[in-house]
Design a protein around this ligand. Sequence first.
Ligand SMILES: Cc1cc2nc3c(=O)[nH]c(=O)nc-3n(C[C@H](O)[C@H](O)[C@H](O)COP(=O)(O)OP(=O)(O)OC[C@H]3O[C@@H](n4cnc5c(N)ncnc54)[C@H](O)[C@@H]3O)c2cc1C
Length: 281
Amino acid sequence: MGSYLRPRTIDDALAELAAGPRILLAGGTDYYPARVGRPLDDDILDITAVNGLAGIADAGDHWRIGALARWSDLSHTDLPPAFDGLKAAALRVGGAQIQNAGTICGNVCNASPAADGMPSLLVLDAAVELSSAGSIRTLPVGEFVTGNRATERRADELVTALLIPKSPAGARGNFLKLGTRHYLVISIAMVAVLVVPAADGTVAAARVAVGACSPVAQRLPLLEVALRGCVLDAGLADIPGPSHLAPLSPIDDVRATAGYRLDAALTLLRRALGELGGGAA
Ligand SMILES: Cc1cc2nc3c(=O)[nH]c(=O)nc-3n(C[C@H](O)[C@H](O)[C@H](O)COP(=O)(O)OP(=O)(O)OC[C@H]3O[C@@H](n4cnc5c(N)ncnc54)[C@H](O)[C@@H]3O)c2cc1C
């Protein structure tokens, strides 16, 4: 029989993790469904009562998404347009109940290839804050998640926040997801894009990421280079091509074939960029 702890402070939580490994529990929306039909005998560290982990805050040169910030918190927080993609993802994660219970950090820590938060966090250049007794380190989110259900988190570490650097003025994000229906569905493919405008109406910088088409969501550097300097209008939809998808390695599964996933990713990229460019005028 496992044991269950629910500390009130970060120091107490970290002391418990230093004493031995435990399964961390936040919203439980990934944890519980993965254990249906099995006894719940894990040693649990429930972090939902820990002070100081909730909410999304302006921390000066960056935004801080606390470990207990839920998807619905994103929808209710006034954030710059660079967050529009992450906010759109929040509205596509499960349904209202899941958005009210599930955390953005939990989505990252669970490290599913189909985690809807990952592409937007990648284009926002998010970093993961890992705390342990007496130390804090940060890792780019793309280095933190190393594979399907695999992360760089050590057993004595708690992810305390996601840190998002402030984007340049005018930066705007977008996110599109394809599933077999509109909501309560695991993604077949999803894309996030972020565009920074230049004063002359062209693209000063672009960041692009695709999820559910590789073990870990991937940035598309060649497409990002191709977008730089293009006129920021609906014509951005014409830039992505099959060669830009080289970093992806989709699989065939019950939801889609690998070929369909690649085709879907390209179509979503074209639509997401066309929408961003179309809204530029
Ligand atoms: C009906 C349903 C629909 C869903 N739909 C979607 C969807 O559309 N898109 C999508 O991406 N996901 C979906 N999910 C999955 C899930 O809701 C999300 O991934 C959610 O963000 C997980 O957050 P949580 O707080 O519930 O995580 P939990 O279940 O509490 O934890 C998930 C994992 O992360 C670890 N963890 C959590 N917090 C921390 C922390 N602070 N530090 C270190 N480790 C931590 C836990 O130990 C566990 O391994 C769905 C789930 C359900 C049940």
